[in-house]
Each structure stands twice: as structure tokens, then as C-alpha cells.
Design a protein around this ligand. Structure first.
Ligand code: CA
Length: 521
């Protein structure tokens, strides 16, 4: 009788296991400084590049049209994703003097505890060694494009070749050799297309010297906005270096690789030198060179996305694997005369996000819901069936993957940037973003002031309407929302001087510290 009961219970358990959804694998492909303008699924007006493989994720899944980052630079974005917390709580506010405290709670650690096999390959950029991963192989610091040394589980290894292909190779190798009895979470983190945008040799000249359309704001004179926008140091006109322009060689290139490099660049650089360009003509030349190089690096990222998707197809894993493509922030491709990021403005604060989950995501759909890199960790835990700790500050967007937007989904998002003055002299600022407006508070350089942007009337954010009486009620409402968000997110009233980076404590940032009273809030 007893054995019959045991047998019955065993059969019941088996039946439950068969009907329960299988724990999904997670492949998170994450690039560095990949502008949504350079992903064809996002449909940029300039039609800069076809990205057929990244587009496969969009075609089979959901395209997020407003994924905003909490602090638009590399390290802070990564720390936010790992912890689901803003910079002021995860301890990594800038790229200058921050080191990630790997003892803190992260989503990979929680997945690992729940039985996932976890790995990270590629750019890490958080100072300390990765924690919460069964396997890790990372670039030291920013890494280099050619023959990049890597750190594999604490050991430095030489890696001949092109960085994007290497990260693809190591990721695939790990997938092939993983423990196949466990679900997995792979973070495949490309260095490309980060500055200085050194292309793979096979794609030099891929665009056949195409002349790219210039963005309408390439020669922005910054009128209509305050001094922070005018004072920055991130223009193609003034900040571009010889290495950015490929008038100097990239780090790590071998003599053999240099032959191919020189065969492409040298005749073009000779013509450039002979033309002796200045003013707008020089900016236009640099813009064309920038687009060629940046897009060539993206082409290799796209190919390596394709290799991972092909592997999942071939191994029969695609059906039960959620694939996410995102970048650590947005990037300027000449808009407002800029490269780089950092600002609350759209090209910088908005990052691409594409998610494919067969059987869950409806193919080829898009959403304008305000999501964030703050939500990634929470979402990964949620789809894995792991409880989301209450101290994570984002929210799982799993319902949005099913095409369901919760009635209480966020309608306002808090942004804060610290690193100042170097590099790029973008002043510290914070603000609130809604579907239509951005209210921003700048400080530094002995002044503190507000700006308001109405993106419905001014999508390129060319004119602050903060002083316009017609917006008084809107400003009032946005300030209330900002106060609420700052309280809810536990933003300190006084920002510690170290948050601004190494130069912040003694330089302009020191003066700034006294003014960091956060305006009139
Ligand atoms: Ca970045």
C-alpha cells in the first residue's frame, strides 16, 4: 500500500514537472556605446547600416523604444545592471575613481544560487574582479581592439585577433563546454563600438566610400540652451584626436595587420592632408571618417550576434532561451556636433533594447513604455522564477514582453550624471524624464540652473522652455515628481565630492560641492 502511494506521488511530481514551463536560459548580449541610430531595426532616417542579425532579435521579439539609463557612462551603467540600483547606492558613480564592490548583491549571484550556470565574457570595466560567475574572461579596463590581452579567471592571457570576434569565440566556446544539466546565463559584452572605433580589417572599405547624410544638428551653435551645453568638450570639431580620425595607429596592432590598415587608410589620409581642411569642411570630413569606422565596428558586432543566434538554433536551444541585445548607453553620431554620451538628452540617455523570447514575445512588436537598465537584473531574476529582492530599485518588465503594460507602470524616470570636469566637461546634472518632457537641473562652474525640454514640439532638444510662462504648471508638476522620485530612490541631498571623480575633489568639482544643494528642491 505504502509503495503504491510513493509510486502515485512520484508520477504526480513527474506530471507537474512536464507541464511547468522550463527554466529559460538567458543570453545577454551587451555592447559598448552602440547608438540605436546604428541599428536598422530602429529605422534611423540616415539609414546608416543594415544590422540583419540584431534585427533578427527584433523581428522575433520586442523592440523597446524608450529604454533609459540611470547614468549615461560605461562603468556606472554596468554597475546599475548588476545591482538594479542607482549609482548613489551601488557605489559606482563614475569611471574615474570608482571600484565595484563585488561583495554586494548582484543578479548573477542570485541566479547562480538558484542553480544557473553563469558566465561573463568581454568588457567588464568595473575595477574589481567579477563575482557571481562560474566563468569569466574579461578585458582589462577599456581593452584594445587588436590582439587584446584578457584576464581569464584571474590569469592574463594573450588573445591574437580582433576583439569582437574573440569575444564571440570565447562566448561560443563556453556555451559548447557548459554543464548541460543546468540552465545558463551568459553575458557577452562587446567592447565595440567604443571609441576609438577601430574597425575589423575585413571591413575596411565595406561602405565603398559612401557619403553619409549629415545629421541636421551637426553644426548646432547651442543657442537656446544654457552654458553647460556650450561648455562641453565632446565635439567632432574640437575634441576629435588623430587616433579618433585614424591619422594615428590603434593600440596593439601587429606589423602584419598594419599592412592591411595602411593599404586602406594611407591613400585616404594623404588626400586629407593635401586638402588642408578647416572649419565646417574639416568637421564634415571627420564625420564621414567617424561613420565609416564606427559602423564597421558595429558590422562585426552584428556578425557575432548572428553566430550566437545560429548556435542557439543549431543546438535546439533557441526556443527556451531569452536573448537580450542592449548597450550600456546611447551615443552621439554627430547630432549636435558631438560624439560621446553623458547627457540626459535623448541620443545619450536612450539605449537600444531588443528582447526575443519564443512563445512569450510577439514577433515584430514595439513598445514606448519607459523601461531602464535599472530593470534588467529584476527582469532576468523574474523570468528565471527567482524572487526579486525588495532593495533592487527597478521593476521586472516581463509583462511588457507579453505585450501587457501594467496600469501602474512608471510614467516618470529619474536621471543623474556626476563625472566632472574630465573627461569631456559635461556638468553634473539630474532631472526627470516623462514621455514628453525633460526637466533638468545643472550645476558646476559657479552656477546652478534649470532647463525644460518639450520633446513633442522640439524632438531634437534645441531650446529650453524653462523661462516660458506657458509651462509654469508643467514645471510645477515635474518638480513635484522629481522630489517624489528622489525620495523614493533615496538620493542623498548632498552628493559626496568623490562622486564627481578624481578631479572633482580639488578642482572645479570642489567648488561645486558647496553648490550641490540640488537647486531649490
Ligand atoms: Ca559605454
Amino acid at each position: 500500500m505504502k509503495s503504491l502511494l510513493v509510486c502515485f506521488l512520484a508520477i504526480a511530481a513527474l506530471a507537474r514537472a512536464a507541464s511547468a514551463p522550463k527554466t529559460p536560459n538567458i543570453v545577454f548580449i551587451f555592447s559598448d556605446d552602440h547608438a540605436y541610430q546604428a541599428i536598422s531595426a530602429y529605422g534611423d532616417a540616415r539609414k546608416l547600416l543594415d544590422t540583419p542579425n540584431i534585427d533578427r532579435i527584433a523581428k522575433q521579439g520586442v523592440r523597446f523604444d524608450r529604454c533609459l539609463v540611470t547614468n549615461s557612462i560605461c562603468g556606472p551603467a554596468r554597475a546599475t545592471i548588476l545591482t538594479g540600483k542607482y549609482s548613489h547606492l551601488n557605489g559606482f558613480p563614475n569611471n574615474s575613481n570608482s571600484t565595484f564592490d563585488g561583495a554586494q548583491q548582484t543578479f548573477p549571484k542570485l541566479l547562480q544560487k538558484a542553480g544557473y550556470q553563469t558566465a561573463i565574457v568581454g568588457k567588464w570595466h568595473l575595477g574589481s574582479d567579477p563575482t557571481g560567475f562560474d566563468f569569466w574572461q574579461i578585458l582589462p579596463g577599456q581593452g584594445v581592439y587588436y590582439n587584446p590581452p584578457m584576464i581569464k579567471m584571474g590569469e592574463r592571457v594573450a588573445m591574437p585577433g580582433y576583439v569582437t570576434d574573440i569575444i564571440g569565440d570565447v562566448s561560443l566556446e563556453w556555451l559548447k563546454n557548459r554543464d548541460k544539466t543546468k540552465p545558463f546565463m551568459l553575458m557577452c559584452q562587446h567592447k565595440a563600438p567604443h571609441r576609438e572605433w577601430a574597425p575589423p580589417l575585413r571591413h575596411l572599405g565595406f561602405d565603398k566610400d559612401r557619403v553619409y547624410a549629415e545629421p541636421a544638428t551637426l553644426f548646432d551653435d547651442y543657442s537656446g540652451r544654457g552654458s553647460a551645453v556650450r561648455d562641453q568638450d565632446m565635439t567632432i570639431a574640437k575634441t576629435f584626436t588623430d587616433r579618433d580620425a585614424k591619422l594615428a595607429l590603434p593600440a596593439g596592432i601587429s606589423p602584419e595587420q598594419q599592412k592591411t590598415w595602411d593599404a586602406y587608410y594611407e591613400p585616404r589620409n594623404a588626400a586629407y592632408r593635401a586638402a588642408n581642411l578647416s572649419g565646417k569642411a574639416l568637421v564634415s570630413w571627420r564625420y564621414q571618417r567617424y561613420m565609416h569606422d564606427y559602423l564597421a565596428t558595429v558590422k562585426a558586432v552584428d556578425e557575432n550576434v548572428g553566430r550566437v543566434l545560429d548556435y542557439l538554433d543549431k543546438e535546439g536551444l533557441a526556443e527556451n532561451t531569452i536573448v537580450v541585445y542592449a548597450s550600456d548607453q546611447g551615443f552621439y553620431l554627430g547630432e549636435h556636433g558631438w560624439f560621446d554620451k553623458r547627457w540626459i538628452f535623448e541620443e545619450s540617455v536612450r539605449t537600444p533594447l531588443l528582447v526575443r523570447w519564443p512563445g512569450v514575445t510577439k514577433p515584430g512588436t514595439a513598445t514606448k513604455a519607459l523601461v531602464s537598465n535599472l530593470d534588467f537584473g529584476e527582469t532576468f531574476l523574474d523570468v528565471a522564477g527567482v524572487p526579486v529582492p525588495a532593495d533592487m530599485q527597478g521593476r521586472s518588465f516581463q509583462p511588457l514582453l507579453r505585450g501587457e503594460q501594467p496600469a501602474d507602470w512608471r510614467t516618470a524616470f529619474y536621471y543623474q550624471y556626476f563625472e566632472y570636469p574630465a573627461p569631456h566637461r559635461v556638468r553634473p546634472h539630474y532631472g526627470v524624464i516623462t514621455d514628453r518632457y525633460k526637466l533638468v537641473h545643472f550645476d558646476g562652474m559657479g552656477e546652478a540652473y534649470w532647463e525644460l525640454y518639450d520633446r513633442e514640439k522640439d524632438p531634437s532638444e534645441m531650446k529650453s522652455v524653462y523661462g516660458d510662462a506657458a509651462y509654469a504648471a508643467t514645471i510645477n508638476q515635474l518638480k513635484k515628481e522629481l522630489t517624489r522620485l528622489r525620495q523614493e530612490l533615496k538620493v542623498p541631498a548632498e552628493i559626496p565630492a568623490r562622486f564627481y571623480g578624481n578631479q572633482g575633489a580639488g578642482g572645479e568639482g570642489g567648488k561645486k560641492k558647496k553648490q550641490a544643494k540640488q537647486g531649490d528642491l
